[in-house]
Write a protein that binds this ligand. Structure first.
Ligand code: DHB
Length: 327
């Protein structure tokens, strides 16, 4: 018995634990990165994520023209998460496109995600045609799930519009593209959404954006100004929903479409659960906003400790291998 224990300890100490990952043909030294909207509005913020332990960054979703967004207060941290109705403030997609191209031409750069969406299908196509023509060779995330622009419903809750947009996009767009999705809450919707995405050569789907249009109240008042307090919910509140969406799409999508897991990640354990549900990359939103870019060191260390304890050396050792109870 003693010999067995001794051998076990040695074995574990010898493990080479890595959180490296791949999305499409792109490699990343670490599976952790920011979620779009957090630490990504300016080049300075993006440079902070680039210099951190994160494996990549995604830019703030860029529209055709720069936008000031909704009036403040428009983002508030609350004990169990956050609520926001930013209204797509951004510097215009070309600002972010120029920056990812600038970095791409530097030695030892990471691979990146450029997030974009138009305020109409036409604008989306104008943007993506410009990205197609540009020198950018990285990944593009088309945001189908912004809940905060008054009068503009979330695209991905409308399967017909989503199909039409993606059909048109793939008639001209040949660069690696994925989509950012809102959470779905019904098994039939998982089936229908997966049937839509399986028709296209997507590289990834990112599950999930905030749970749209929640309401947080302090004393007798809302806490954010736009939309009389209604806003996207992030943080602890959304982890079970995020995990369900990651796993539902992992089960339903063709294997060429990878999953990025986002929602409620603030510890190594949370990241581990997203990967167990099928995520190839894990994004940190609310917790990054609360803690700053050093969070990537902490979560990476915690994730590696869990992996070492379980004898896992790579993410492939446990990705998607969620246990069911079938006794
Ligand atoms: C905003 C919020 C989102 O959840 C999103 O995907 C894009 C933009 C915003 O309010 O700025």
């Amino acid at each position: 018995m003693k010999i067995v224990t001794f051998y076990f300890v040695i074995l574990k100490e010898d493990l080479m634990v890595s959180t490296a990952t791949k999305v499409g043909n792109f490699t990343f030294d670490n599976c952790l990165m920011n979620a779009a909207g957090v630490y990504c509005m300016t080049k300075e913020e993006l440079a902070e994520v680039e210099a951190s332990a994160a494996g990549s960054f995604v830019t703030k979703t860029g529209t055709l023209e720069a936008r000031p967004g909704n009036p403040e207060p428009r983002y508030v941290n609350v004990p169990l998460g956050s609520i926001n109705s930013m209204g797509l403030p951004n510097n215009g997609f070309e600002y972010y496109l120029d920056y990812v191209i600038e970095l791409q031409n530097q030695p030892n750069t990471k691979n990146h995600f450029l997030s974009v969406v138009g305020l109409s299908p036409e604008e989306t196509h104008t943007i993506l045609k410009k990205v197609q023509k540009s020198d950018y060779e990285g990944l593009v995330e088309l945001n189908l799930s912004c809940p905060n622009v008054p009068g503009k419903p979330q695209i991905a809750y409308d399967f017909e519009t989503t199909t039409d947009i993606l059909t048109e996009v793939f008639s001209y767009f040949t660069k690696p593209l994925g989509v950012k999705l809102p959470p779905y809450f019904d098994i039939v919707h998982f089936d229908q959404a997966a049937a839509v995405f399986n028709q296209f050569p997507l590289v990834f789907v990112n599950c999930v954006n905030s749970i749209g249009n929640g309401l947080y109240i302090e004393d007798e008042s809302v806490v954010i100004k736009p939309k009389n307090g209604f806003g996207g919910i992030g943080g602890d509140y959304i982890k079970p929903t995020a995990l369900a969406n990651v796993h539902a799409f992992y089960q339903r999508l063709k294997p060429e479409i990878q999953i990025i897991g986002t929602g409620g990640v603030k510890s190594g354990r949370d990241a581990f659960e997203h990967i167990l549900c099928g995520a190839s990359m894990v994004q940190v939103g609310t917790a990054l906003q609360k803690e700053g870019v050093t969070i990537f060191d902490r979560i990476t260390k915690e994730l590696k400790e869990i992996m070492a304890k379980k004898g896992y050396e790579t993410l492939e050792d446990f990705r998607g291998k969620l246990h069911y109870i079938d006794r």
